[in-house]
Design a protein around this ligand. Structure first.
Ligand code: GUN
Length: 284
């Protein structure tokens, strides 16, 4: 039976540490603040934004929500970002993705001051991650690194397979594993023999957005399996991209859904927000 890598537990521990850090910052006159922008009424995005606000309250970070209607025009959103970029009380700005059709996501991300880009989506921060000299680590991959550490496995020299090549997870994930001397393979929809590749993995990260996509027969005995998927099923239950039942029989450690990667992403966002507060303070 695999060890369950509980993001719920690890994130609670990290948030406890961040709360103490936030108190110290505030005592020294550094006031962390996060602005969260949500456009439209995507139900999943609404849940994520609520959870982010709740985490800010828990840790003692000032947060502001900007909920804009789905028909908001791009210029209006860009003007809001400009204003928040110049706002001293705001250390971090997060625009919840996806954005409604008609708004150019890339243009919006590019408008955020890289020093306030707590998601690490701006090309300046993406480039810094690539060269290995970065302030902000993208939240989901950063949370996954913490969970891998929790499994006790040393990444150096291990076969790491990332399934999915998104800008949010797959690509930055592969870089973080590479920086820790993993031998990294990135798979995607055009990968020819996926099972042959995934079965080589000592560390397998799955982020494809397809429920139960990776099954136990695609996993090497003893692998550490990280499931990034959060898929809402017809019965309203949340299911990962990994078929938990068959996977846990072969893996040495595995993340559950829910309660695995999800809570870690939020803890890492809080960590980036505190970091942003320090960075932006130094510049004032
Ligand atoms: N949508 C899905 N994941 C994320 C995330 O990590 N950050 C933002 N801003 N939007 C998302």
């Amino acid at each position: 039976m695999a060890k369950i890598l509980s993001g719920k537990e690890v994130s609670a521990r990290i948030k406890g540490e961040l709360k103490i850090e936030a108190e110290k910052l505030k005592e020294s006159g550094i006031m962390p603040g996060l602005a969260v922008i949500i456009v439209g009424d995507d139900p999943a995005s609404r849940v994520y934004v609520n959870n982010k606000k709740k985490a800010c309250e828990e840790i003692g970070i000032h947060s502001e929500e900007y909920a804009l209607p789905a028909d908001t025009d791009e210029a209006e959103l860009l003007a809001l970002i400009d204003r928040l970029n110049g706002e001293k009380s705001i250390s971090g700005i997060l625009v919840q993705l996806p954005l409604p059709k008609g708004i150019d996501e890339e243009k919006v991300i590019n408008r955020i001051d890289p020093q306030k880009d707590v998601d690490a989506f701006h090309p300046v921060n993406v480039g810094k991650i690539m060269v290995g000299n970065y302030d902000f680590v993208p939240c989901t991959p950063a949370g996954i690194m913490e969970l891998i550490a929790e499994s006790g496995i040393d990444i150096s020299g291990k076969e790491c397979v990332v399934v999915g090549r998104s800008n949010i997870v797959g690509k930055p994930m592969s870089m973080l594993l590479l920086h820790q001397n993993g031998t990294v393979t990135v798979c995607h929809s055009r990968t020819k023999d996926l099972k042959e590749v995934t079965r080589r993995a000592d560390i397998l990260v799955v982020a494809v957005g397809r429920p139960n996509f990776v099954t136990g027969d695609m996993i090497k005995e003893g692998a550490v399996v990280i499931d990034v998927g959060i898929n809402r099923m017809a019965d309203k239950k949340l299911t990962g991209d990994v078929d938990f039942e068959t996977a846990e029989k072969v893996a040495s450690a595995i993340t559950p859904v829910p309660g695995g990667v999800g809570p870690m992403t939020i803890a890492m966002l809080m960590k980036n927000t505190l970091k942003a507060a320090v960075i932006n303070k130094e510049d004032n």
